[in-house]
Design a protein around this ligand. Structure first.
Ligand SMILES: Nc1ncnc2c1ncn2[C@@H]1O[C@H](COP(=O)(O)OP(=O)(O)OP(=O)(O)O)[C@@H](O)[C@H]1O
Length: 254
């Protein structure tokens, strides 16, 4: 089966800085694929390349079989519709109510009536575990975990085939983080979509991922199943795992 994302020898140089170095990986249909790496290792930059916001200096990126370096802006827009992006920090519009945030795409691109749009918003809010009472709230009235859920509802409201989650658990307490982890898995199963997760949350990565890619200063160190990562003898991977050992032991005990 054709991979959903296929990145080959991706290099990105910005202002003389080599940010991504020969990055290659594939994400298969239905997978939860996590990019794990320290701050500034290039995780978010990879996702920006995948949605066509950054142009590679060299290398190729195919999404749903289409080569991003070869397509025109119209095709790129079409492709973006198939991708849901959950931003770091949720990035909700503060002046819009929850329901308007969730159906933002439809507000911009359709003539549907308010009642219909609220109905759609409610469907997706329910999918992320939020109820009808949240429809009329403003983002400032939500907790951090609820904001993330609304951000996820907005990302899946266009029924994307690929959902990119940028640091979905950052800034959340451990219990809420695990709820978001479960939600990511549940949504992948319910909607038969593919998920690309960017994280430095070790517990999250080892709990939800089918495969993990470890990135260090713009270079791929290892790609493998959680088990393969745990068994790796690569010194950087060992050190990286050691730094999150307490968290990992907690998963094993759980
Ligand atoms: N548009 C840009 N111009 C210049 N440098 C950039 C640009 N975008 C990213 N960088 C640099 O690229 C490197 C990787 O950044 P990126 O945001 O991808 O890291 P990250 O792994 O997602 O980090 P974090 O976990 O802190 O979000 C950083 O050193 C950053 O300063």
């Amino acid at each position: 089966m054709e991979p959903v994302v296929e990145v080959e020898n991706l290099n990105l140089i910005i202002e003389g800085r080599h940010i991504l170095k020969n990055v290659s990986f594939k994400i298969n249909r239905g997978e939860i694929f996590t990019i794990l790496g320290g701050s500034g290792s290039g995780k978010t930059t990879i996702t920006k390349c995948i949605v066509g916001l950054l142009k590679p200096t060299s290398g190729s990126i195919k999404v749903f079989g289409k080569d991003l370096t070869q397509i025109n802006p119209l095709e790129l827009n079409g492709l973006r519709k198939e991708i849901g992006y959950v931003f770091q920090g949720a990035a909700l519009f503060d002046s819009l109510k929850v329901w308007e945030n969730v159906v933002f795409y439809y507000l911009e691109h359709s003539n549907m009536k308010e009642e219909e749009l609220k109905e759609i918003a409610l469907t997706y809010l329910k999918m992320v575990g939020l109820g009808e009472h949240t429809l009329e709230l403003y983002p400032s009235e939500l907790s951090g975990g609820m904001k993330k859920r609304v951000g996820i509802a907005r990302a899946i409201a266009t029924q994307p085939k690929l959902v990119i989650y940028d640091e979905p658990t950052s800034g959340l307490d451990p219990i809420t983080s695990r709820l978001i982890d479960n939600l990511i898995k549940e949504l992948r199963d319910k909607t038969s979509s593919t998920a690309l997760v960017v994280s430095h949350d070790m517990v999250s990565a080892f709990t939800i991922s089918d495969r993990i890619m470890i990135l260090r200063e713009g270079e791929v160190v290892l790609i493998g199943t959680p088990q393969e990562v745990l068994e790796s003898q690569d010194p950087f991977v060992r050190e990286f795992l050691r730094s999150g050992l307490g968290e990992l032991q907690a998963i094993n005990r759980g």
